[in-house]
Design a protein around this ligand. Structure first.
Ligand code: GTP
Length: 360
């Protein structure tokens, strides 16, 4: 079956991680996020996948190629300027047959796409929108359905006394090709504010597919981190340390910790999970890492303390640095010795922070 993954957005809320890396390529447990998504789709028979790209398309194309290494066929369509979620699908109308599966490219879920499709057919729906429950409905756009699952209203961020449902649009859709007629060609147009409310007005059969299965969108650093914690603290996490050769015997690793290839962990280092350390990282003597996500080739000096932070590729933290909760450091940053970064600091790629000599 065919599916479309929308991966054209700039991922502004994930900056600085997405300054040089498109959101679908940010690593999740040391593999690009999109690999996890493609695996999920292909497990439901969706193995002919069109990726609609706009922002940093080369990164995605060069990693995935024709898809054969990942067991799927991939086709790439690059938009010259962003067409929005629905505009991106209209743009490739000629390549599509019924039914059309469409996915936001930043959602990690175990949604049962096979069941979703069979309900779509059974109900004779023109559109089926996957729905997922949230704890605080007042900060989301909600989707209200009737007893048969037919969508009655879209409600934008209601006050608590106006809340009638806690279900939100989960970013996975099945469309019948004929609804693409309602999308203007070559223009910016979205599903959420454009097509779906328009279809309701026209009285078209728009249905919801509610599901309590695991679902998270990785659009913000907090949720990107939460996904890691959920995956590693959930029962299914198995693979931890891939390569034990360069872990010093006095280093201590208290799982769950995912350690990539070719890492060097020095004497007296303490790593506490859930933590991810990407390929080629080097952690020097006496450093303490707790709840952090390190991408590739990160170099951490002596006696550095990292807590619940994210550090992107090729960044260096000098001796005695401290990086606290929620801080995010972009690629190729150099943090000179002794710098202390308080909570929630974001450092843009290539930046040099008070470069005292880095001695290791
Ligand atoms: P923010 O800038 O942080 O809002 O992120 P975003 O725009 O990348 O993501 P958003 O949640 O707004 O969009 C949902 C999905 O649709 C993401 O997977 C985006 O990559 C994708 N998307 C958003 N706009 C476009 C677009 O204009 N074209 C295409 N092809 N995809 C898009």
């Amino acid at each position: 079956m065919k599916g479309i993954i929308l991966v054209g957005g700039e991922g502004t809320r994930l900056r600085p991680l997405t300054c040089n890396t498109p959101k679908p390529m940010v690593p999740v447990l040391n593999r690009p996020f999109l690999e996890h998504m493609i695996e999920h789709l292909s497990s439901h028979g969706i193995d002919d996948i069109i990726l609609t790209l706009c922002y940093l398309p080369d990164h995605i194309q060069s990693h995935f190629g024709d898809g054969s290494k990942f067991g799927v066929k991939l086709t790439y369509i690059v938009e010259e300027s962003p067409l929005g979620t629905a505009g991106a699908v209209k743009n490739i109308e000629d390549m599509l047959d019924d039914p059309i599966f469409v996915f936001n490219g930043d959602i990690f879920t175990e949604l049962d796409l096979t069941e979703m499709l069979s309900l779509h057919y059974k109900r004779g729906a023109k559109v089926t929108i996957a729905l997922t429950p949230v704890n605080d409905p007042t900060i989301y756009g909600l989707v209200e359905t009737d007893r048969d699952g037919r969508v009655r209203r879209f409600i934008e961020k209601p006050s608590w006394d106006a809340v009638t449902t806690n279900m939100i649009n989960a970013g996975s859709y099945i469309l019948e090709r004929e609804v693409l007629e309602y999308i203007p060609p070559s223009s910016y147009f979205t599903f959420e504010r454009g097509l779906f409310p328009g279809l309701l007005k026209m009285g078209e059969a728009v249905y919801g597919y509610p599901s309590n299965t695991y679902w998270i969108d990785i659009g913000t650093p907090e949720r990107y981190m939460k996904l890691h914690h959920d995956l590693m603290l959930g029962g299914a996490f198995r693979e931890g340390v891939r390569d034990k050769l360069n872990i010093h015997p006095t280093a201590e690793i208290n799982g769950p910790v995912a350690l990539g290839k070719d890492c060097v962990i020095g004497p007296g280092v303490l790593i506490m999970g859930p933590t991810v350390i990407g390929d080629g990282c080097r952690i020097e003597e006496g450093s303490v890492i707790e709840g952090a996500i390190l991408w590739r080739n990160v170099h951490i000096g002596n006696r550095v303390v990292l807590k619940n932070c994210i550090i992107a590729d090729n960044t260096i933290a000098g001796d005695g640095c401290g990086i606290d909760d929620g801080s995010i450091i972009g690629e190729n940053v150099i943090i000179g010795n002794g710098n202390k970064l308080a909570r929630g600091i974001r450092v843009w790629p290539e930046k040099r922070l008070e470069a005292e000599t880095i001695s290791f």
